[in-house]
Ligand binder design. Sequence first.
Ligand SMILES: *Cc1c(COP(=O)(O)O)cnc(C)c1O
Length: 384
Amino acid sequence: MIWEDLQAEIDALQRAGLKRSRRTLEMPCGPLARVDGRELVSFCSNDYLGLANDPALVEAACAGAQAWGVGSGASHLVSGHLAPHAALEEKLAAFTGFARALLFSTGYMANLAIVPALVGRRDAVFADRLNHASLIDAAQLSRADNQRYPHGDIVALERLLAGSRARRKLILTDAVFSMDGDLAPLPALLALAERFDAWLVVDDAHGFGVLGPQGRGSLAYFQLPTARRLIYMGTLGKAAGASGAFVAADATVVEWLEQRARTYVFTTAGSPLIACALAASVDLIADGESRRQRLWQLTAQLRDGLAGTRWRLLPSPTAIQPIVIGDNHEVLRVAGALYERGLWVPAIRPPTVPAGSARLRVSLSAAHSAEQVDRLLHALRELA
Ligand SMILES: *Cc1c(COP(=O)(O)O)cnc(C)c1O
């Protein structure tokens, strides 16, 4: 019976240290969290600039609700495309330097839009092995030949591209890898795309708002021109502090997505009040140099503080600072011990990361204080 099968699988997850459980937060997203009445310092969120609960965003959302209501009422192509959506798309296109931008409800849906809309059975995708689940699913959904290359391995990718007879070729990569915090070699990837007549899809979920001048993202960080073969996906639920995503690209590519991408056409447009909040968020990002400076200071403080201890930090230059522990039960034990000390750091286990590489994923925010990072350092040194 299906119920017994499912229960047996759930029990197996429990035994393997792989069962997840949610904690319910009793206050808004921020460096402090309250769970079951207990106050904790949280190092879990992707709210890198501390915008999720910023007063200016809250105010823009309230004003947006007053002016535009709560719901959009329909999909973008029917009647759900409101003036705040249109204004936000223009703002995002200008900010990232592309001809056009198209809004999506989530980054997951944006990735599911791009790949099947652009490639099919006679085509091939070339994907970094550590790409986000949404890019992996997008590649499968497209039915294109799915070739995966070892993480960041330009030489292996070059070999795959050189051997491909596919009609269209799409290279897929996270710009900042979500569980490792390292950067994809975007200039080399774009050079390969140019050489082999391929497109390059860059998922900048963790770079948009954080990296590059004014937080314009990973392409700006690498000073890459907005080439026609680049398709840029930025999410709006991480550094931007709200929810949603956008694809920015050449006008023809965006027009095609608007016509044909199934996760664009067959879904209700996002709330206009979120679009209003996001317009304010883009301004805060552009003027957010001091927030980004603070984020880099805290990141350096954490890395310096753990140097020479038994904790193995991955070589990450971003606010995602994973400490690899390996064993699923051990990572849960360490995360539990930190939690007992009032410090909430997520234990990331397979299938989110490869088997045997379970880790604590410390993520920092400009809203953290140096004292909070010190508390984490102190506890980790004690547990070492
Ligand atoms: C979070 C994330 C996504 C999904 O974005 P959502 O807006 O949360 O759906 C896509 N790609 C990467 C690399 C991510 O980290």
